[in-house]
Design a protein around this ligand. Sequence first.
Ligand code: NAP
Length: 241
Amino acid sequence: MDAARAGRLQGRSALVTGAGSGIGRATAARLAAEGARVYTVDLQGPVDRQADVTAPGINAALVSEVVARHGGLDILVPCAGISAFHPLEDHDDGYFEQVMAVNVTAVFRLIRDAVPALRQSAHGRIVTIGSTMARFGDAGLVAYAASKHAVLGLTRAAACELGPHGITVNCLQPGAIETPMTAPAFTAMPEFKAYFERKAALGRLGQPEDVADVIAFLCSDDARFMTGQGFFVDGGAMTRQ
Ligand code: NAP
């Protein structure tokens, strides 16, 4: 990494959930490499704080902890998420509600609870994690697609509300990325993996770092006039019909 980017987030305080795995882990590493002090949260694994983001009151507690540890909060990346393939008729209420609880409600709560701290920052940044599934749907992904459409709407409305406070809110929408979330499906169905490789104009699946690098850009001053947007990081998959 060049020297300019290595210091791009120097002195910033960041909170990343889902940071024990996949995209969240790569994002935490990338923000730290650019100089940020990163507070990492996940259900398990080598993170600063093991927590379930759906637990009552947890998001306010996480914000308090990062502010106490780092003296403030500049960057919020709620990356924790869940997904699984289930035919619509197998979507029982509990499964649908759990997907919405992790992918939407916890994101809403964390943003809401972080606003007072982010308003104190001169560089407030929120990057939510959507999906190409917020543009199209797919069989077996009713709950997941609904949750990612909701995240995009949440992002746009929050950007309107928080813009006057100098806080940008953007939604990073990955395509098919090789992470522990997608590994079971790609292993069980090689044809599914090949389909996504063919669909991407760049002819490959994404790696977590492909996404993390763009998140770091959105968290930087370079992206200071961008807000309320969804950005596909999908190797050009959305360019094909
Ligand atoms: P991942 O490797 O499974 O990482 C997600 C992390 O979130 C896991 O460590 C998971 O813990 C954690 N998590 C799940 N529920 C949680 C909870 N209630 N509280 C705290 N942490 C929780 O998946 P990923 O692919 O990096 O996904 C990261 C984000 O990108 C998700 O929002 C996902 O929807 C989105 N995304 C991924 C892709 C893709 O192709 N990979 C595409 C579009 C969007 P456990 O592993 O212990 O459950």
